[in-house]
Design a protein around this ligand. Structure first.
Ligand code: GAF
Length: 374
């Protein structure tokens, strides 16, 4: 026999079902764990903010954020690796520095995007060395956003939109005028694949990174770098000046013969961006043909361009690149913003590595973790 409910009972039933749904969702999202990996950029450096191409991959190391909803309108955050703490009201928009700027920026940017944050307790841990050029900053921003969106019971926006929110945190709260490379690499990572990004269209394609018996390794130059200070923002301003002078929206569209008329160092900056873009396409081609000797040659050419035309190398970076070459690398180069950090080398089968070098392999992208940490 079908059960018939009077109108008031049906309304009550609907309301109760909705309450149960909300309570279940709330219980499920009271505590979430988010992980975001760092990245290695195989090739395509300083092309992202110039509307060019890059070919990064997510690494296995990254940042984990455990978030619990607190429902008291406050955020309490602990950076375990540093033994530091921060506490602020949800609506507090006071600037901060270091890791605190990322937390405050994530909360503010998500509130601006109308994510209903309830107040949170955040625990931050990481396995990436900070200032290493392996993108610990973007990993922190991405993990924070995923965790906070999780406890708000919301579905994250699409990955490009999320990368743009994370990039605003770095630009407007941390003061580094970085592009979208690191955030997209972290969000789109896929095991055993590299991510080809076109920064003009924001189209993303994954392609197999099959190196056979060859290995990619990183080596620490021993010099910490920061995109918020130093030459990074200056390079970006130089590219904007070159764009204005050439009447272009994106420097990657520049014509090299026109660029020759620019005064130094803008002519060299353009030469790097245009040639690096070509090297990304040549790398895709080399990978598709399985030509790893050519890949090594392209890594070397990228390094020479970053050193001589873009001028983001340092003596410590040169020493690390040389150590990889001495160990038999087919190619080696500075990665990320430059001015320190790690360098990347392509080692042929059987080659040894300098002390401290670590193999890097493409891993999965940013995600919420299950209870057992997967
Ligand atoms: C840093 C920045 F964060 C990226 O946006 C990118 O410009 C890179 O340097 C250079 O390719 O990692």
């Amino acid at each position: 026999m079908a059960i018939r409910h009077p109108q008031s009972e049906r309304t009550w039933l609907r309301a109760t079902t909705e309450t149960v749904r909300r309570e279940t969702l709330r219980a499920m999202t009271e505590c979430v764990r988010a992980f975001a990996p760092g990245r290695v950029n195989l090739i395509g450096e300083h092309t992202d903010y110039n509307g060019g191409l890059a070919l990064p991959f997510a690494v296995r190391d990254g940042v984990t954020v455990i978030a619990s909803a607190s429902h008291d309108g406050r955020v309490v955050a602990e950076a375990h690796d540093l033994g530091e703490r921060d506490s602020f009201a949800l609506g507090d928009r006071a600037p901060a520095s270091g890791w605190r700027a990322f937390v405050r920026g994530a909360v503010a940017e998500l509130l601006t995007s109308e994510v209903p944050l309830p107040g949170a307790s955040l625990e931050i841990t990481g396995t990436l060395p900070r200032g290493s050029g392996l993108s610990s900053s973007a990993a922190l921003a991405v993990a924070l956003c995923l965790a906070l969106i999780g406890i708000a019971g919301e579905t994250p926006p699409d990955r490009v939109a999320l990368a743009q929110i994370c990039s605003r945190i770095e630009n407007d709260w941390v003061g580094a005028q970085t592009g979208l490379l690191d955030q997209l690499a972290s969000l789109f990572g896929q095991t055993d694949h590299a991510t080809l990004i076109d920064f003009r269209s924001l189209e993303v394609r994954t392609l197999p990174l099959d190196l056979g018996e060859h290995r990619l390794v990183t080596l620490d130059s021993g010099e910490r770098h920061s995109n918020a200070i130093g030459g990074y923002n200056q390079r970006r301003h130089e590219c904007e000046a070159a764009c204005r002078a050439l009447g272009l929206r994106h420097l990657s569209e520049a014509d090299l013969s026109a660029a020759r008329a620019l005064s130094a160092p803008l002519d060299r900056r353009v030469r790097h961006v245009v040639s690096e873009n070509e090297r990304v396409l040549a790398t895709v081609d080399a990978l598709e043909r399985g030509d790893l000797v050519e890949l090594g040659r392209l890594l070397d050419a990228s390094h020479a361009s970053l050193r001589d035309d873009y001028e983001v190398s340092t003596p410590a970076v040169e020493a690390a690149v040389e150590a990889l070459r001495d160990a038999g690398a087919l190619g080696a180069r500075v990665i990320g913003g430059g001015f320190g950090g790690h360098v990347l080398g392509l080692m042929p089968p059987g080659a040894g590595t300098p002390e401290g070098a670590l193999e890097v392999r493409p891993g999965p992208g940013a995600r919420l973790l299950d209870g057992d940490g997967r």
